[in-house]
Design a protein around this ligand. Structure first.
Ligand SMILES: [Zn+2]
Ligand SMILES: [Zn+2]
Length: 147
């Protein structure tokens, strides 16, 4: 099996959690969709490539499936970590992660997490200020002297 990004050979990594293909050159990973969750605990071990090289190869996004002939991979975004995109085969459901991406996927990214958190606390502050405004208005109305 050949790497769809750099045309080098894949090597098979056999782990207690399942088998993964890794490119011998760019260190991109080929993982079956149903194995992605299961393999996450081993992300540090299997995703040993240089993430800078991975970033460079991430720019190549029109690639064919290394398993199914004439099937172009679709570019998908991880729903929980939208800064990670990967290529996925619509037929065999295999996924290609560039070097560093799978490790990134396995550790719930702090920047995405804190972005969500910042957004939530901004909403809370806004609601609080509305509540305060309403409350003080009511107090003012309540405390109007009776003519
Ligand atoms: Zn490669
Ligand atoms: Zn395929």
């Amino acid at each position: 099996m050949q790497c769809p990004k750099c045309n080098s050979d894949f090597e098979q990594l056999q782990t207690p959690l399942g088998d993964v293909e890794r490119c011998t050159e760019c260190k991109g990973l080929w993982i079956d969709a149903y194995e992605v969750e299961a393999m996450k605990p081993l992300a540090d071990v299997i995703d040993s490539g240089d993430e800078e090289i991975g970033k460079a190869f991430n720019a190549i996004d029109r690639i064919d499936c290394p398993v199914c002939p004439n099937n172009q991979l679709l570019r998908l975004v991880d729903p929980k970590q939208p800064h990670i995109w990967f290529e996925s085969c619509p037929t065999c459901k295999g996924r290609f992660y560039d070097a560093g991406e799978f490790k990134d996927l396995a550790t719930l990214d702090l920047s995405d997490f804190s972005r969500n958190l910042a957004w939530l606390s901004a909403c809370n502050l806004f609601l609080l200020s509305i509540k305060k405004a309403l409350y003080s208005q009511r107090l003012m109305i309540d405390s109007k002297p009776i003519p």
